[in-house]
Design a protein around this ligand. Structure first.
Ligand SMILES: Cc1ncc(COP(=O)(O)O)c(C=O)c1O
Length: 466
């Protein structure tokens, strides 16, 4: 007999291979515990029930249970049955190297996430309730790969209002965050014969990997205080940049370069992918509008809910130029299909009711206060450190004075439970990093941990530059 299944009361299958001997049953039960399918505290079926399920003698099951009790995998409680013991958890197979999840730092100031504890749970729940109650049943069918029309209409309105984007419902494709949008666009570009994509020399490795995985060559372009050096896009068939707030430097792309970027695209039959990841959070002056507004025919605008709401929401959107629209929609249809309807309905309602605008306004205020707290603390405790890139977004670059060692600061901070990143981590080319900077996200910690996180960081900085 190759395989026999026993189904426990809960939905667990016990796979007894080979002969139905006591040894095979013991092995199958140990496997189930080790692989996590049988958790500590789970009650096992009675010997009579399992024997009947497997078609074996009840004694064989009773002996297997007794053996596993003796080994510590199970505990037997007289009169109430056999259970997976708590110690069994400690015996579970260790995760394979590389699969372990590092323990989260106590004070997380590493860039990437906003303060997820400020997610507007109540308003989101209310929007979900209204949206699901009022949605026509048709909304729950297989839908348009671009996403729900209702959401695309709300988004077109919001993006025009908040970011100056030129969009209508037909130009928008809803996707799972920026990363999926980028992946779809790169596949389309590659299928159209584009071979090289110019991208900012400092940025996310994941984004570079997505580009390369889609079959494109990533050409790193240096960044200076005016943003990415657009004049070096050269012969690339596409370029990607973060014009509102370069990640991680924090500088905006100056007006002359914005014009030059769209002129380059128009003259070279190329496209620019605009990553507008944190465009909502501008503190010093009027928000810098989207680059896309200058030339909607050559700019693919990409937005995300990851900063304004939370990365776990996995909602993003592309505004595609007419010439690329059909291909991008086709890629979405082939690789994924439409984004989950319930989330789309909820987000549409969240936008329609004004809850999103209210949330962004209140977050902007809260992040502005944090930014001021950071600026004040650094100037008080480590005045030699320059804080850059804080006109917008949720992170800052702290440029250490000559002689201070950024890597040592990062290591000491980690020892004290504070996670920060070095500029070096974001370099996507082999060119050495000139900056002696660290990247600090003042957006990430929950409110109760924020001032301690900044105080600990400033203490490390003060020691390092003493
Ligand atoms: C530069 C940049 N682009 C895009 C994103 C958002 O990516 P996603 O929408 O896939 O979460 C982030 C998030 O941290 C980012 O830092």
């Amino acid at each position: 007999m190759a395989k026999t299944w026993a189904t426990f009361g809960a939905d667990l299958h016990l796979d007894v291979r080979g002969t139905r001997s006591r040894a095979s049953l013991e092995r199958a039960l140990r496997d189930a515990v080790q692989s996590g399918r049988l958790n500590a505290g789970t009650r096992l079926p009675s010997t009579r029930a399992l024997a009947a399920d497997l078609g074996i003698a009840r004694n064989t099951v009773a002996e297997a249970y007794a053996q596993l009790v003796a080994e510590g995998w199970f505990t037997a409680r007289t009169g109430s049955g056999t259970w997976v013991s708590d110690q069994a958890v400690a015996r579970k197979a260790r995760p394979r190297p590389g699969n372990e999840r590092a323990r989260p730092p106590r004070y997380d100031l590493s860039p990437g996430s906003p303060n997820v504890s400020s997610f507007p749970r109540t308003e989101w729940q209310a929007a979900a309730r209204r949206a699901v109650a009022n949605a026509p049943s048709d909304a729950l069918r297989y839908g348009d790969p671009r996403g729900l029309h209702a959401l695309r209409t709300e988004l077109a309105d919001y993006l025009a209002r908040a970011r100056g984007v030129r969009a209508d419902a037909d130009s928008i494709v809803i996707c799972s965050g920026f990363v999926q949008g980028l992946s779809l666009v790169c596949r389309v570009l590659s299928s159209r014969g584009v071979t090289t994509l110019a991208m900012e020399e400092d940025g996310h490795r994941l984004h570079r990997d997505v580009v390369v995985n889609a079959g494109l060559r990533a050409r790193p372009i240096p960044i200076d205080t005016d943003g990415v050096q657009v004049e070096r896009f050269g012969s690339a068939g596409a370029a990607m940049c973060t014009p509102a707030h370069q990640f991680p430097h924090g500088v905006p792309l100056v007006a002359a370069r914005r014009t030059a970027a769209v002129r380059w695209a128009a003259e070279n039959r190329a496209v620019v992918i605009e990553d507008d990841y944190d465009g909502e959070f501008r503190f010093d002056r009027q928000a810098i509008g989207a680059l896309q507004a200058l030339a909607p025919d050559v700019v693919i605008y990409a937005g995300t809910a990851s900063k304004a709401l939370a990365p776990g929401v996995r909602l993003g959107w592309l505004v595609a130029p007419p010439g690329l629209r059909d291909d991008i929609v086709d890629a979405k249809r082939l690789f994924d299909g439409p984004h989950g309807t319930l989330d789309q309905l909820t987000f549409a309602e969240f936008l329609r009711s004004g809850a999103h605008d209210r949330h962004v306004r209140s977050r902007r205020l809260a992040y502005r206060r944090r930014r001021e707290h950071l600026l004040r603390s650094v100037s008080q405790h480590a005045p030699a450190v320059r804080v850059l890139g804080v006109a917008a977004g949720l992170h800052a670059v702290l440029e250490l004075p000559r002689g201070a060692d950024a890597q040592a600061v990062i290591a000491t901070a980690a020892d004290r439970g504070v996670a920060i990143a070095g500029m070096r981590e974001f370099r996507l080319s082999r060119r050495p990093v000139q900056s002696n900077g660290i990247v600090v996200s003042y957006g990430t910690p929950p409110d109760h941990a924020f001032s301690t996180a900044i105080a600990r960081l400033c203490a490390v900085l003060a020691e390092a530059i003493r």
